[in-house]
Design a protein around this ligand. Structure first.
Ligand SMILES: [Zn+2]
Length: 73
């Protein structure tokens, strides 16, 4: 027996022909948004930025031995 809620089941929501808002290519998507290719690219970009941030976050040692050397005249 079917429930009226079946119509609202996301698994039953039919994919529709849409245009990817990012690359402009036609894609069959269940919901509006970037296509699978763009989603993968965005994920890779986010990962890449995260790695870059981690690399830049490496603390620099601002030790200035010159200050000591100048006093040791
Ligand atoms: Zn796309």
């Amino acid at each position: 027996m079917r429930s009226i809620m079946d119509a609202y089941d996301p698994e039953r929501f039919p994919p529709a022909a849409r245009t990817c808002p990012r690359c402009g290519r036609p894609a069959t998507l269940r919901f509006a948004g970037p296509c699978e290719t763009c989603t993968d690219e965005l994920r890779a970009t986010i990962r890449g930025e995260a790695v870059q941030i981690d690399a830049e976050y490496e603390p620099k040692r601002n030790v200035t031995p010159n200050a000591v050397a100048l006093r040791d005249d």
